[in-house]
Design a protein around this ligand. Structure first.
Ligand SMILES: *Cc1c(COP(=O)(O)O)cnc(C)c1O
Length: 385
């Protein structure tokens, strides 16, 4: 069992309660308007001069989206939050908003593929990047350059779910005058609080566990009021990755069950992973609980893990790995994760950009859903037979 913070449970449950009463509605109204009239021209001009805090135009702020932003900021213990039309919208806003020509960004750990593709695009704008897979702070520190202005982390990392010493990395970056951001999508705001560990920014794809029902795409960045305002004007408003009010409503609805979904997914994933650990066809399990080297960091940084983990098949070829995935009946073969249905993905692909990757060819990543551990184990048993 994981212990969800009782305060977080209430924040999630009350997510729908807007600041305005709205006739006592238990959910916020969907403010489906692209613009907001003001009483006088002076009021409008005042609004335009502080658009991050005034409803002027829905590419900037929107009342329904604002309810979600306030809720996510509370959950992440952040001063402020800005929501985006997708997780990649959030990543783009961070990279374009904080970096300029001549800067370098250091990515640490296994990173979501499209994030690195975007970093490669940044080369065209004079921003360089490199990636470290080290966990030792001295090694990471040596990979910093004089012009490193941003350290971008994933912990747990994509696909292999390895952890980073977040506190040490953030302190080292601060001493070197670089900002730090953590993609906290895998852990959700319930299981890890990156800002409390020293990060300047935490970002999420809300399309995964926060939405939780495979029906909405969204993103969010949380941090200090000053940094979020900087992103609002320098990148959010200009790049235009806007979260629609209806999607904000769906995300608020998802948040209400997030604590219970995470608790259940955590337990079922552990049960399924424990079954696979002893299966003769499984060579390795990639899950923080099963990774002895990361157990100390796990205790320090996380309240638990989600429903995500990977395995590597033992003595299998790539085509045998695909065949096992194809035999699964309850696990859908699909990208993404975090919904009610279990999914499987072959994580390995030949990388056209020649990026460093350490994902084995026989890796299968599972997103455990809500079908129940017994049903999922029976399905895996027949697929591995
Ligand atoms: C899905 C994902 C993203 C991108 O989010 P989208 O909502 O798909 O744009 C970024 N980071 C991680 C870790 C993700 O899993």
């Amino acid at each position: 069992m994981i212990a969800i913070d009782p305060q977080d449970r209430l924040i999630c449950l009350r997510a729908g309660e807007a600041a305005d009463d709205h006739h006592g509605a238990v959910l916020p109204p969907i403010s489906q308007a692209s613009l907001y009239r003001k009483r006088t021209m002076k009021d409008l001009l005042d609004g335009l001069s502080r658009e991050h805090a005034a409803n002027v135009y829905s590419r900037g702020t929107n009342p329904t989206v604002k309810v979600l932003e306030d809720t996510l900021a509370k959950l992440e213990r952040a001063e402020a939050c800005k929501c985006f039309g997708s997780g990649m919208g959030a990543v783009s806003a961070v990279l374009f908003g904080l970096l300029k020509s001549g800067d370098h960004v250091l990515f640490v750990n296994d990173i979501y593929g499209p994030t690195l593709e975007l970093a490669a695009r940044l080369k065209d704008f004079g921003v360089s990047w490199s990636q470290s897979f080290a966990q030792d702070i001295d090694v990471i520190s040596r990979e910093m350059r004089d012009n490193t202005r941003l350290v971008y982390m994933e912990s747990p990392g994509s696909m292999l779910f390895r952890l980073l010493p977040i506190v040490e990395i953030c302190a080292m970056a601060k001493a070197r005058n670089a900002l730090t951001v953590i993609d906290n999508t895998v852990a959700t705001p319930l299981l890890q609080k990156p800002l409390a560990l020293g990060a300047d920014l935490s970002l999420h794809s809300c399309s995964k566990y926060i939405g939780g029902h495979s029906d909405v795409i969204g993103g969010a960045v949380m941090g200090s009021r000053e940094l979020i305002e900087r992103l609002f004007y320098k990148s959010y408003m200009l790049l235009g990755s806007v979260l629609a009010p209806f999607d904000a409503f769906l995300l608020l609805r998802g948040l209400m069950t997030l604590p219970d979904r995470m608790a259940r997914l955590h337990d079922d994933a552990l049960t399924v992973a424990a079954y696979l650990e002893n299966h003769p066809r499984i060579g390795a399990i990639y899950h923080p609980t099963f990774c002895k080297e990361d157990n100390a960091l796990f205790e320090q940084q996380l309240r638990g893990h989600s429903g995500l983990f990977s395995v590597a098949l033992k003595d299998a070829s790539y085509s045998e790995t695909l065949a096992v995935a194809d035999r699964l009946k309850l696990f859908g073969r699909a990208v993404s994760w975090g919904g009610a249905e279990s999914l499987v993905l072959c994580g390995h692909k030949a990388d056209p950009a020649g990026r460093a990757t350490r994902i084995p060819a026989t890796l299968l990543r599972f997103s455990i859903g809500l079908e129940g551990a017994d049903n999922l184990i029976a399905d895996l048993e027949q697929a591995l037979a």
